[in-house]
Structures are given as C-alpha cells and as structure tokens.
Design a protein around this ligand. Structure first.
Ligand SMILES: NC(=O)c1ccc[n+]([C@@H]2O[C@H](COP(=O)([O-])OP(=O)(O)OC[C@H]3O[C@@H](n4cnc5c(N)ncnc54)[C@H](OP(=O)(O)O)[C@@H]3O)[C@@H](O)[C@H]2O)c1
Length: 263
C-alpha cells in the first residue's frame, strides 16, 4: 500500500450484511481495522450492525440498503462509493439465497432473482470495483460459493448451479489477477447455522443442517483465507471430504446423494 493509501483506513464492502455470514464477516473485518460499507435490503438490521461496529470496534460504518435482485443496482452502489469519496479495498460478495423444490414447480421470479443476486450482482460489483484495485495494486475480493459448487443439486438445482458458477468465476479471476496485488478468494462452506435454511424454504431440521457449523467459525476461516490470498477456502472437515470426494466418485452418485439431502 502507498503512503497516501495508508493514511486512510481501508474500507470493506460486505453485501448481505444484515445477518448470517455477512454480519459475522463484517464484525471480523471491523476487528481487523477496516471501515465498513454494509449492503442488504434489511435497513434496520444494517443500522443496528453499523452502531455495533462503531461502538465496539471504533471503525466507521455506512449502510446502503439495496435489493441486489434489481437490475443494475450495483451501479447505484458504485455511484454512492464514488460520491462519498470512499475507497473499496475489500469486496465481500456474500449476499445470496437458495430455493428448494422441483424446478418445474418453483416460482419464476424467485429463480430469476436468485441468478441476479447470486451471480449477476456479484459479477457486476466485481467488474465495477476491481479495476481501481488493480490500478492501486492492492485489493481483495471474497466471493461466497458453497460446498454445493462441487455437485449438481436436484431439488435445489439453480442454487447449486449458481455456486458452481461463483467458484469457477472466482478461481479464474484469481489466476488472471496474479501479480496485480489483487486477490480473489472463493469461500465454500458446508451447512452453516444462519437464516439460509428458512430463506430457502428447506423446512426446519433438514438432514444436512443437523450438524451445521457456526457462522462465526465460517466467517473467521473465510476472512483468514482472504487475507492470506488463497484462491479457495473449503471450510470445515466435512466440506473438504465432500469437495475432494466429489472428484473420485461418479457424478451420478454425487448428484443422487445431493438429491437425498435436499429432499
Ligand atoms: N448457510 C449456509 O449453509 C451456507 C452454505 C454455503 C454458502 N452459503 C452462502 O453464504 C451466503 C450468506 O448466506 P447466509 O447463510 O448468511 O444466509 P442468510 O442468513 O439468509 O443471509 C443472507 C444475506 O443475503 C442478503 N440478501 C438476500 N437476498 C438479497 C437481495 N435480494 N438483495 C440484497 N441482499 C440480499 C440478506 O439480506 P436481506 O434479506 O436483508 O436483504 C442476508 O443479509 C449466501 O451467498 C449463501 O448462499 C450459505
């Protein structure tokens, strides 16, 4: 980092910061001394987190309530950042959700929103903020993928596919940007105790969430991997087994196993 950059506290932008993993990631980044820009729809929750971060960690936090399912909302966020003279050094593309059910019976708007939030907004924010990071020779991107990236996922088909996209996209960018000072990390957690299960309408107590990891543990490992510049973070022992195991079992076996867990 240049002297001019060091004079200003680095800023991290976290999408989906109103709860779950995003809020935990924001807490850890505040603890690390980053100012925060918090993005999600839930304005009251963002405001409460802003006050907590400022009081507990003495950093500056700003909120930007936004629905990432709205086309081109990333441009509004970008304009806000430029208008406020902020510098995004860390971009955490965490906002995302799943949708359980047989694809032919799901709601189309929800499917479209899933792709917009999990994929398009993530890509567009990366496309908007990474060029300045490269110019400055410093920056980090943390993208939320999932263990779901390693197999097809019947009865949660578009969610699994979206996370495979995020993993592939992030891995490719991490290579493209090698040597620029900008790193891209894909965080792949397994089932984690957050609002995800109910947001995905999976029904409380679905098999795979019985031994869910804590959001604080997943966030801590994800931020550590990002700060270390790793391309992929497979969080937790069972995630590592599933991700590595998926290379050695037939794809049909992996997708049938995923189907059993999703039903
Ligand atoms: N929990 C798991 O088991 C698990 C496992 C692997 C990967 N992940 C991934 O981790 C990420 C975080 O999920 P989580 O587990 O923390 O779930 P969560 O508790 O449901 O949090 C999801 C976050 O995304 C935000 N979000 C959802 N739709 C949005 C929209 N249209 N516009 C803006 N923000 C939106 C939510 O905020 P608002 O509702 O306030 O907008 C919330 O802050 C997701 O990408 C998820 O796919 C989760």
């Amino acid at each position: 980092m240049s002297e001019e950059m060091m004079a200003k506290r680095p800023t991290a932008m976290v999408t989906g910061a109103s709860g779950g993993l995003g809020a935990e990631i924001a807490r850890i980044l505040a603890q690390e001394g980053f100012d925060l820009l918090l993005v999600a729809r839930g304005e009251a929750k963002l405001q409460a987190l802003k006050e907590e971060l400022e009081t507990v960690y003495g950093v500056e936090a700003q909120t930007f309530p936004a629905d990432l399912a709205r086309e081109d909302v990333a441009l509004d966020i970008y304009d806000y950042v430029l208008g406020r003279g902020l510098r995004v050094d860390v971009l955490v593309n965490n906002a995302g959700f799943g949708d359980a059910g047989a694809f032919h019976q799901t709601d189309w708007k929800r499917e479209r929103d899933l792709v917009q939030v999990n994929i398009v907004a993530l890509m567009q924010l990366t496309h908007l903020f990474v060029p300045a990071m490269v110019e400055r020779g410093y920056g980090m991107v943390l993208n939320l993928s999932s263990v779901a990236a390693f197999s097809a996922g019947p009865f949660m088909s578009s969610y699994y596919a979206s996370k495979a996209y995020v993993l592939s996209f992030s891995e490719a960018l991490s290579e493209e940007l090698a040597g620029t000072g900008v790193t891209v990390t894909a965080l792949c957690p397994g089932p984690t105790a957050t609002g995800f299960e109910s947001a995905a309408a999976m029904g409380k107590g679905s098999t795979m969430f019985r031994h869910a990891a804590s959001a604080a543990d997943v966030a801590r490992d994800g931020v550590a991997a990002m700060l270390a510049g790793k391309a992929i973070c497979l969080q937790g022992a069972s995630t590592k087994v599933m991700a590595v195991g998926s290379r050695f079992v037939p794809r049909a076996f992996a997708r049938k196993l995923a189907m059993r867990m999703n039903r």
